[in-house]
Design a binder for this molecule. Structure first.
Ligand SMILES: [Zn+2]
Length: 239
């Protein structure tokens, strides 16, 4: 028995160059689940918005029949958990720099360089965090509802890609989260932290924030300018 599969738009990113844009013929026996076949072709379910079989929408519980014609459509933009005001993320171990950029933009981004795959999946499912990864395999885990395969390989490009996909630039809250540990920053009086800042900094800057967790101190000095420049690169509309 066989069925025909056509992946639309960005879902072709998961196919090899011979398959892109082509109708793929799949041979099978029995009546396998559509999710299994789609994922065996390399496409994770979290990036799929709609599946049509013989022009009729079906869900992932559908089982393939002989001569079915399947079309698979991607989300045109990222799906954000509806129960949250702002999207929050959990990032795979190789995306540390991207996590820092997202924190810089004020988006809760959980990251550790030693998370295991099951930990990433469990936290994403339990806390409705969008799982960002460069590892397609992890996105095929059944419980995942929110996930995205980051296409770019350079951190700044990744930040632009994720910001655009999830429309983050309209709700940036710069410097509200600690870039090191993802906790909140609070304004502090200079007098409270005076002994912790270098003398020249103390002389030139009056406005300071401190992380409630790791106590790192932030001020509007040269690294603030650097971060502002990065922000404008990630979100050109902020210029
Ligand atoms: Zn911190």
């Amino acid at each position: 028995m066989n069925a025909k599969f056509l992946f639309i738009g960005s879902l072709n990113d998961f196919l090899n160059y011979k398959q892109k844009g082509k109708t793929l013929e799949v041979t099978f026996s029995g009546n396998p689940g559509i999710k299994d076949i789609i994922e065996s072709l390399g496409v994770p379910h979290v990036e799929i918005q709609l599946i049509k079989v013989n022009s009729i929408p079906v869900d992932f519980s559908y089982h393939i029949r002989n001569t079915d014609k399947v079309e698979i459509f991607p989300f045109s933009s990222g799906v954000v958990p509806s129960e949250k005001d702002r999207p929050s993320f959990i990032l795979d171990v190789h995306l540390g720099k991207l996590a820092r950029y997202l924190r810089m933009m004020g988006f809760d981004s959980m990251y550790r360089n030693d998370f295991s795959d099951p930990e990433l999946v469990t936290l994403s499912c339990k806390e409705n965090r969008i799982l960002l990864t460069r590892d397609i395999g992890i996105l095929k885990h059944g419980c995942l509802r929110y996930g995205y395969w980051v296409r770019a390989t350079v951190a700044l490009e990744q930040a632009k890609e994720v910001a655009s996909h999830y429309n983050l630039c309209t709700s940036v809250l710069p410097f509200s989260l600690c870039m090191e540990c993802n906790s909140s920053l609070l304004k502090v009086n200079k007098s409270q932290i005076e002994e912790k800042i270098p003398p020249l900094t103390r002389k030139y800057y009056d406005s300071y924030s401190q992380c409630v967790n790791c106590h790192k101190i932030y001020w509007q000095g040269s690294h603030f300018e650097r971060m502002n420049n990065l922000l404008k690169q990630i979100c050109p509309q902020l210029n």
